[in-house]
Design a protein around this ligand. Sequence first.
Ligand code: PMP
Length: 405
Amino acid sequence: MSVSQLARSIVESPTLRLNEEARLLRERGEPVIHLGIGEPKNKAPLNAILSTASKLVTGDVKYSPTDGLPSLKKAIIKYTEEHYDRLVAPENLIISSGAKQSIFNVLYSILNPQDEAIILAPYWVSYPEMVRMVYGVPVIVKPEDGTFTPRLEDIEKAVGPYTKALIVNSPNNPSGAVFPESFIAQVVEFCERRDIYLIMDDIYHTLVFDGVQAPPAYRFSKRDLESTKIIVINGIAKVYGMTGYRIGWAIAPRELVQIMTNIQAQTTSCTSSVLQAGAEGALLGLQSVVEALRLQIQNNRDVMMQELQSFTGVRIRKPEGTFYCLPDFRAYSNNSLELCRFLLEKALVVTVPGKEFGMEGHLRLSYSGTVKDVTEGLARMKWALDPTSANEIYIGDKKLVRDWL
Ligand code: PMP
């Protein structure tokens, strides 16, 4: 079939592919445990549901302004003032169909062909592909010391005449690391001095544990919103557990927002007005739902850490945020893709290969599901991998005997 070279070169989203594989296995009645998924199991907050429903029953479901419903913009401005201590104007804000579209719009707006965007490993799988989709060049920077915390000196070495942007995601998918305040301060200063856009993907910003906080980049910039290089990406998918609403936003200088608005106008026109109403309900409603979700996920994280410690040879850095961790499984295999396939086949557990995030030898495990998912998933993994574990296990009512170790 004749398709463009660029389109052909864009890889399938490994996480969405795994979701699909897990769904098909479940449909066949297989008791799959999904530790690959990136969404909590909560119901949408009640205020969001009511707000969605009341918009729908008006029957007035039309295009919204391309950059978003003014009332949702107002709610996001309030949210930004509370969480970032910055008062932004409606013209600094554009609402899109998920943070994913917001990031794509930003990259499309700022990169010329061959311009480079620096991406810090371990990274969210979509960044390099999105950069390539707009004919840019992803430049991956990996911490030399094997940690998940990037260092400015490594970034400095990767900067060249074509560097246009640096993408920072903290709390980080896939590692769960929250980058220290000193690092955020350094990159803000560096990007503003070198005239490089700093794209802060803050989608997990309040999903943090043990009193750790993800410092907002604005705190370290003396510039006003029109002259800063900081672009903030956020949304309701993760911290409200409203992934299916597909509402995200970008905050940037007005001129850039205007350009992104033109792009969005020519691609999706606008985001669904019903779902924008729902997002408004979530942002203005009871915020205790966010805290309840955070506490539940923190507890899941603790259970996952405890279970992982019982594996022989698995090295793990305790996540400080998100609902992921990225343990080093090289004691079992250096090929994370093969390891994932093995775990799915033998133990019916979905994991995501670290290779996809620039960290071969690691597995990304999600604890966004139930505690039972975490304990049972890890028990099955341990059975499949660790010779010190019992060689029989029950999966559903099927007794499985390990005969490969
Ligand atoms: N950024 C990161 C780091 C993510 O993990 C995700 C979702 N997996 C997104 C952005 C996209 O969020 P949304 O669902 O709002 O498009």
